[in-house]
Write a protein that binds this ligand. Structure first.
Ligand code: NAD
Length: 348
């Protein structure tokens, strides 16, 4: 059925209900106060996708399946990103991961995959003009985010000025990354918060989101936030967009891994846990390695992100309305929160 008149009332009602619920959960999540688990959210989203696949007439531009993030709050000024920020498609098992790789390889000759950890934090956009940090914003709906510059300036690992000892800073550089709270600091922060009479955060991600969206940057400054960059937005090399005049060095980004190296040399925080592998065998190895060593990194991860490394191939693959075709998130199954209650033998 593909006309709106063919849709049973109960399907239409469930669709409306799911859209409202998912919007509501997104809003709470980006404030750092979710009321359901990510797996429950993903299950509701899966149900909505299923309905829309059976009844495509129900797909509208503002369906949660078609958009990124959540509307921005009135507590911060709105800022338009120079280049749109996207979400990531998901693979929940190896078959889905292989299907993504097959689709990409059918279109372009993929010659290397970059595998990295999917940090469970929140996406932040940084803009550097001639090497100076001028703006920081949340992802928001992908086009417009919230101006959190003052809060981000309190994060130690984020340089106010790019390091120019290896090469001059670009004219303009927009980078994206994940702000997070290291696991080690999470317990201590909660102790401090509860001692001052406030409710604790449920997990490090919520703590990072809540800390970054403080109205008073002095509060954010007391939270041990960190960041790792994982993407480039707008970019104008030193000396302008082509001629490389003024002694500027006209360096271009050619791949995800080369970009990380350059960003690192400018003093931006990059990860040293990513790997570039030639084939999907290497990707699957990386995925299973971290499935078994999920808690080794200093931050919580909820999966692995796989990106086609070469930027010219990324451009050829392009994006859908909300996710790039050149990357995918492999999500690890949720970890069970087990209580020992059932193991306790109660004497009868
Ligand atoms: P996502 O978290 O599945 O993936 C996209 C994000 O991953 C990017 O925006 C980026 O910030 C982040 N990321 C982390 N490491 C990265 C890396 N190495 N490279 C690139 N990106 C990296 O998608 P989303 O749109 O941010 O959020 C949707 C997800 O959030 C849902 O699947 C669900 O798990 C969760 N969610 C939960 C609730 C809830 O109520 N519990 C509500 C809304 C969303």
């Amino acid at each position: 059925p593909d006309t709106t008149t063919d849709i049973p009332d109960e399907v239409r009602a469930r669709h409306t209900e799911l859209c409202q619920e998912l919007d509501d959960h997104s809003y709470r999540y980006y404030l750092g106060r979710p009321v359901i688990s990510d797996a429950e959210y993903d299950a509701l989203m899966g149900e909505l996708r299923g309905i829309e696949e059976s009844y495509p007439a129900l797909v509208t531009q503002d369906s949660p399946t078609q958009k990124v993030g959540a509307p921005i709050s009135v507590d911060f000024a709105a800022v338009e990103h120079l280049v749109r920020m996207e979400s990531l498609g998901n693979a929940f098992d190896v078959d889905e991961l292989n299907a993504w790789a097959d689709r990409a390889s059918a279109e372009v000759p993929v010659n290397g995959y970059l595998c990295e950890l999917k940090i469970d934090g929140l996406a932040v956009d940084l803009v550097y003009e001639r090497g100076r940090l001028v703006r920081a914003a949340t992802r928001g709906d992908g086009r417009v985010g919230e101006d959190i510059t003052l809060n981000v300036r309190t994060i130690d690992v984020i340089p106010e000025r790019l390091d120019e000892s290896v090469r001059p800073a670009p004219e303009l550089l927009e980078v994206r990354g994940e702000v997070f709270l290291p696991v080690e600091d999470f317990g201590r922060l909660n102790e401090r918060i509860t001692a001052s009479g406030h409710p604790p955060f449920a997990n490090p991600r919520n703590a990072a989101a809540g800390s970054l969206r403080q109205k008073d940057p002095r509060v954010t400054a007391t939270r041990p936030l960190s960041m790792i960059v994982h993407g480039v937005g707008a970019y104008v090399p030193a000396g302008g967009s082509g001629s490389g005049g003024d002694g500027g060095e006209d360096v271009a980004f050619t791949s995800q891994s080369q970009a990380y190296r350059l960003l690192g040399e400018w003093g931006l925080p990059t990860s040293d846990l990513y790997r570039v592998v030639p084939t999907m065998d290497g990707v699957r190895e990386y995925v299973s390695h971290y499935a078994a060593h999920r808690h080794e990194p200093a931050y919580e991860i909820d999966g692995i992100v796989i990106k086609v490394d070469d930027f010219s191939l990324q451009r050829r693959l392009g994006s859908t309305s909300r996710v790039p075709r050149w990357a995918i998130a492999y999500k690890y199954p949720p970890e069970e929160v087990t209580t020992r209650l059932l193991d306790i033998k109660v004497g009868v």
